[in-house]
Write a protein that binds this ligand. Sequence first.
Ligand code: A2P
Length: 272
Amino acid sequence: MNQQTAVTDTPAPKAKTLPDAQTVTEVQHYTDRLFRFRVTRPQSLRFRSGEFVMIGLPGDDGKPIMRAYSIASPSWDEGLDFYSIKVQDGPLTSRLQHIQPGDQIILRPKPVGTLVLDALLPGKRLWFFATGTGIAPFASLMRDPDTYERYDEVIMMHTCRDVAELAYGRELIESLPDDPLIGEFVGDKLKYYPTTTREQSPFMGRITDNLLSGKVFADLGIDGMSPETDRGMVCGSLEFNKDIMAILDGMGLREGANSDPAEYVVEKAFVG
Ligand code: A2P
């Protein structure tokens, strides 16, 4: 047996399987700051639209680097979608941004979160307020038939720095009325109000400013928000969440929770 054969005959080291491993099936990059990816779904995983799970990769020392990620896909979907920022020196996203189909990630199958329909009292109109990757939980909620069964009108407000950063949300929302599974529930109930703050686009300005000035109400032909009819879900940076909460409180809405449903709920978007 020559050396060459001996090397070939040596069994390849078994691919290391991570605990709670899921396989990446799709990756799509939108900008140098944003991408989405899809992974296989553990058969036993049940979740409510708007919830998040911990996902991650093994670090150099073998210890997993885990972060909270909202599930962006609907609960009826066979895969799991995530929408992520890329932070060049971020412990997780500096590596996660390089994943390719066939790679494995770690996914702890324990969904939790406050952005769930059950944490809200019944109402007429449901507002989704998001900045940046904060749109992820709403990508799930916008595809949940329950959202449209509970509310007459659903308004998705999303603010990003520039038009390219709106693409993920825009493409998803534009596809919904014709979606074979969810299209008939969506009908004409879903209103989309995208704005940019650092590039010219048809609608400009921060969500907070557009609420305070009343511009969004004038643009949509709505009188305003009231605790009798309106419900809100908020997902963005800490500062954004704080500013929106102050506005909603000022309109008489109260923060709710799973155990004590009220008029709005808040979740911090993943940012690192
Ligand atoms: P701005 O460009 O005025 O900072 P980021 O990409 O930094 O996460 O921000 C996403 C979007 O959220 C940007 O359009 C940003 O506007 C907006 N934003 C950031 N902080 C707030 C806040 N406190 N209230 C409302 N909008 C905010």
